[in-house]
Write a protein that binds this ligand. Structure first.
Ligand code: PEP
Ligand code: MN
Length: 361
C-alpha cells in the first residue's frame, strides 16, 4: 500500500496471522473475571500458542491459535478456573464460525442495522449509466422502502467487449445520489489497487462472485476495515465461501456480510440456481449477516419476486435487487431488472412474509 492510504492509521496490530489457525475455542463462564481470562491466555502462550479474544458483554471467548489441530489436548484449558467449555474447531473456517462467535453479527451502516430484525433491502441498477438514470432509480427505490442504493461503477464483465462501467465518473454520480437522497451506497470493487479510492464513495464495498477467491483483494479490503458484502463464487461451496470471509476477518475487519447469488448447476432454465439451502446452512454455521440476491440467480425479472420471497421466508437478513427505471434500455442486466412499479409491488408483498418469520421490512 502506498503511504497516503486513508486507512494506514489502522496499522497491523489487530491482524490475525493466518498461518496460525484457530484450533480451539475456550468459552469462559458468564462474568468470569479478567484474572481468569489472563490465566487462559498465559497457559496458551506458555506452550507456544497464540490467542484472539472475543469480548462479549458478559461472556468472553478465547480463540486458541496454533499451526496444528490435533496435538494439544482440550483439557489443558478445560481445567482452568472460569472456563465453561472448550471446543476443538475442525472446520476450515474459523473466525466466521458460530463456534467463535455465537451471537449474530449486526453491522450498522449509518444507523441501518444489517443482521437484526429488519430485512434490509439494497436496490438499484446493475450499473451506473448516467445521472438521469441513477437519480430516477434512487428516487424510485427509496420511495418503495429500499434503505441502501446499489450501483456498479466497475463492472466485472464476462467479455472484455461488454460495457465495463463508468469507473470514477460512476463513483461521483453515486456520491451525488448519496448526498442528495441521504442513502448509503453499495458498489463493487474489482481491483485491490482501487480499494482506497472506492471506499471514499461507498458505504459498503461489494466483492463480486467472480472475485470471491481473489485473496489479494480480500486482504486489502480486510485491512481497510470497511463494511463489505462478499458474494458467493459461482462454483464455490458454502464452506469455501465462508472460509473466504475469514480473509476479511483475519485482517481485523468485523463488518463482513455474505451474499448468496446463485451457483452454477446443470439447470439452464435460470441464469444461476439460487441455493436456498445455503440460507439455513450459513445461518447455522456462521454469525455473519446473509443477504440474498435473487436478480443474478433468476436472470429474468419475472422470476425475481418469487425467489426474493422464498429467501425472506428461509431466513435471509436482506435482499439485493436490481431495479432500473427503464430495463429495456439498460446497458447491463436489463432482463433481470425490475421496473420501479414491479419493485414497489414486491416490497408490499414481502411485508407479510417478513412478519410471518418474526421480521419486518
Ligand atoms: C452485480 O451485483 O451486478 C454482479 C456482477 O453480481 P455477481 O458478482 O453476483 O455476478
Ligand atoms: Mn448485475
Amino acid at each position: 500500500m502506498n503511504g497516503d492510504s486513508i486507512y494506514d492509521k489502522h496499522g497491523q496490530e489487530d491482524r490475525i496471522y493466518v498461518l496460525l489457525q484457530v484450533i480451539m475455542i475456550v468459552n469462559m463462564r458468564r462474568g468470569a473475571p479478567q484474572e481468569e481470562i489472563d490465566v487462559v491466555v498465559e497457559r496458551a502462550r506458555s506452550i507456544g500458542l497464540d490467542v484472539q479474544l472475543n469480548l462479549g458483554t458478559d461472556k468472553t471467548v478465547v480463540a486458541i491459535l496454533g499451526s496444528n489441530t490435533g496435538q494439544v489436548p482440550t483439557d489443558i484449558f478445560a481445567v482452568l478456573p472460569g472456563v465453561d467449555n472448550v471446543t476443538r474447531i475442525m472446520k476450515p473456517y474459523k473466525l466466521a464460525a458460530r463456534e467463535f462467535k455465537a451471537a449474530d453479527s449486526v453491522i450498522s451502516i449509518n444507523g441501518i442495522e444489517i443482521g437484526g430484525k429488519r430485512i434490509v433491502v439494497i436496490a438499484g441498477p446493475c450499473a451506473v449509466e448516467s445521472e438521469e438514470q441513477l437519480i430516477e432509480a434512487v428516487k424510485a427505490v427509496k420511495k418503495s422502502g429500499a434503505c441502501i442504493l446499489r450501483g456498479g461503477a466497475f463492472k466485472p464483465r464476462t467479455s472484455p467487449f461488454s460495457f465495463q462501467g463508468l469507473g470514477k465518473a460512476g463513483l461521483e454520480l453515486l456520491a451525488q445520489a448519496r448526498k442528495q437522497f441521504n442513502i448509503p451506497i453499495l458498489t463493487e470493487v474489482v481491483d485491490p489497487h482501487d480499494v482506497s479510492q472506492v471506499l471514499k464513495y461507498a458505504d459498503i464495498l461489494q466483492v463480486g462472485a467472480r472475485n470471491m477467491q481473489n485473496f489479494t483483494l480480500l486482504t486489502e479490503i480486510g485491512r481497510s476495515k470497511w463494511p463489505v458484502l462478499l458474494k458467493r463464487g459461482l462454483s464455490c461451496t458454502i464452506s469455501e465461501w465462508i472460509t473466504a470471509a475469514d480473509y476479511l476477518l483475519a485482517e481485523g475487519n468485523n463488518q463482513v456480510m455474505l451474499c448468496e447469488r446463485g451457483i452454477r448447476t446443470f439447470e439452464n432454465s435460470v441464469r444461476f440456481s439460487l441455493d436456498i439451502s445455503s440460507i439455513p446452512v450459513v445461518k447455522k454455521s456462521s454469525h455473519l449477516p446473509l443477504i440474498v440476491d435473487p436478480s443474478h440467480a433468476a436472470g429474468h425479472y419475472s422470476l425475481v419476486p418469487s425467489i426474493a420471497k422464498a429467501a425472506v421466508a428461509a431466513g435471509a437478513d436482506g435482499l439485493l435487487i436490481e431495479v432500473h427505471p427503464n430495463p429495456k434500455e439498460a446497458l447491463v442486466d436489463g432482463l433481470q431488472s425490475l421496473t420501479p412499479s414491479d419493485f414497489d409491488r414486491l416490497m408490499k408483498e414481502l411485508q407479510p412474509i417478513a412478519r410471518a418469520v418474526g421480521r419486518y421490512i
